[in-house]
Design a protein around this ligand. Structure first.
Ligand SMILES: Nc1ncnc2c1ncn2[C@@H]1O[C@H](COP(=O)(O)OP(=O)(O)OP(=O)(O)O)[C@@H](O)[C@H]1O
Length: 247
């Protein structure tokens, strides 16, 4: 479903991703681990098209998208849930989901409320809200909901575009451990044919949601495989030191 072939990215003399080759099957949930500065976000930026790789290819659902701009990759089924807040604070939860659905369904923003009231848009809003346990908050303004709920809504906005693949950059950053656990349960319950690639710092949480794990260190893939095998890797223990001991 999503593949990278020998992705390399340098900023001047700084080599940030090195020969990164990954292959995600449809429905796979893969977690990317790695210390600060390992190149995780830079890898995501290349996948979405925000930055161009220095060399290498990106294949989405069988098509080479390496040269496609961000919007076209999104239309081809690649969606990203951002670490930074990309929600419309003054609008309701329903309208944030509705706008994402409208655009993805090719209905222009110019239609305004008429577009939001379209049955297909409403259906998507209700379905996504149910998946992310936001149904009771559809009429709340984003500025009124909790931080944790905003993080859920960010995933909802990505989901409302009906993507094939969602990239999530630390979806639980800043939320407490209890909430983070609930959040990962939500992710685990998403439709099984949806492919997820998730950057996560917390190893326990990573293991809770991952089918497979990739570890980046200094821009290089140093582990790629099943979580059970990751647990046994001495290289990972070295990279994570203390935090690994707690896992
Ligand atoms: N535009 C840029 N120009 C120069 N160096 C950059 C640029 N973007 C990223 N880097 C460098 O690339 C390295 C990897 O950064 P990146 O943000 O991808 O790591 P990360 O694994 O996501 O880290 P974190 O966990 O802290 O978010 C860092 O050393 C960073 O300073």
């Amino acid at each position: 479903m999503l593949e990278t072939r020998n992705l390399d990215k340098s900023f001047g003399a700084i080599h940030v991703t090195r020969d990164v080759s990954l292959k995600l099957e449809r429905g796979e949930r893969r977690v990317i681990l790695g210390p600060n500065g390992a190149g995780k976000t830079t890898l995501f930026n290349q996948l979405t098209g925000e930055i161009a790789p220095s060399s290498g290819r990106i294949i989405l659902d069988g098509a080479d998208v390496t040269a496609l701009p961000v919007a076209q990759r999104a239309r081809a089924g690649l969606s990203r849930s951002y670490q930074k807040n990309t929600l419309f604070d003054g609008l309701s939860v329903a309208d944030n989901l509705g706008l994402a659905a409208m655009v993805a369904q090719g209905r222009g923003m110019g239609l305004g409320r008429d577009g939001l009231l379209h049955p297909e848009v409403r259906e998507t809003v209700e379905e996504v809200a149910a998946q992310l346990r936001l149904s009771d908050h559809l009429d709340a303004r984003v500025s009124e909901i909790s931080y944790g709920m905003r993080r859920q809504l960010e995933v909802g906005v990505a989901l409302a575009t009906r993507p094939k693949v969602i990239l999530m950059d630390e979806p639980t950053s800043g939320v407490g451990p209890e909430m983070a656990k609930g959040f990962h349960d939500l992710l685990a319950a998403l439709p099984r044919d949806l492919t997820l690639l998730i950057i996560e710092h917390d190893i326990d949480l990573a293991f809770a949601v991952a089918d497979t794990i990739t570890v980046l260190n200094y821009g290089e893939v140093v582990f790629d495989g099943l979580p059970e095998a990751a647990r046994g890797s001495s290289l990972l223990k070295e990279i994570y030191l203390g935090s690994w001991e707690d896992a």
